[in-house]
Design a protein around this ligand. Sequence first.
Ligand code: B12
Length: 290
Amino acid sequence: MSERTERSEGRGSRPGQDGMGERTERSEGRESRPGEPAVGSGGKRVVRPYGDTTGDGMVQVSFTLPVPHDKRAEGAAVQLANRMGIDPAMLVHAKPMSDGFTFFVVYGRVNHLVDLDRVQVVERDFPLLGAKEVNAVVKQRLRRKLSVVGACIGTDAHTVGIDAILNVKGIAGEKGLEYYRELKVTNLGAQVSVPELVEAARRERADAVLVSQVVTQRDAHLHNTREMSAAFREALPAGKRPLLIVGGPRFDEKMTAELGVDRIFGRGTTPGEVASYLVHALVTDRKARV
Ligand code: B12
């Protein structure tokens, strides 16, 4: 906490604004070393953003307002930042985008703390296997190739992500699922309709269906995913349904139950993680699915 312990109740901070559902709190206890969270008196591990000095609470945000660029527009950007809890807020960049729109970058201080022990994320709960291990487990225990069908559904044409997972060329030096001898990959590409996907999954006797959704405008990724999972549920009885996996950079990995899928993969996913999950879910640890 900014080298010294400090009460974090500056201007703009109201109860419930600290992301912890309670008033921002005094972070007493031992001082933090750079790069290390402070441990409060209750043993809590808390952090604040780092800008110029450790724990100074400085953040940078960018946004566009539907107003032409003038002094009033700049004032509006600062006011918005203040209302977001950034106080003081400094306007560091303003650029007209097109008629009637201005893009802003604001730098300033927030008073909120993050309690690391209350952060909720989906951790990897299966072992990471190499390609040889994946092939060996599938061959020995499934005794046939594991069939995977992948696609970008709806109007989404962003195939780079699903290709990174499926195509042999892979991503970041890691080969995609096509490289795995015991996996049979059918990549349907872009803008596949849900009925086409269900049909292909039946035809290929898919063990797993991998869907990519990159466009999130008007929550298209959520609507499309719900539509897809409902269609599989309607078309196939539980037990016959393939594992449903969805991925893309802006998914919340915690939304599996809400979207009716078995697993969600986000930014920076590697083919190895996906192959390891397939083996875990379909071969070594088969469990009832949603
Ligand atoms: C390349 C690109 C395009 C290319 C796509 C080419 C192609 N064949 O894919 C083209 C030029 C066609 C394009 C078009 C459009 N695009 Co575009 N595009 C991008 C861009 C620059 C990069 C996306 C990308 O390739 N990332 C690299 C891959 C490797 O990352 P990834 O997709 O996140 O995938 C990883 C993980 O998410 C995960 N993953 C992804 N899918 C899956 C699936 C499974 C099953 C699993 C396990 C994992 C997984 O694993 C991958 C590897 O780690 C982004 C901006 C950006 N920097 O991200 C905009 C972006 C996605 N595009 C955008 C938009 C708006 C469009 C258009 C609507 C623009 C227009 N007005 O025409 C059109 C829509 C076309 C359509 N019908 O879909 C917006 C989306 C905004 C939003 N909120 O939805 C972005 C964010 C740009 C922006 N900031 O405005 N685009």
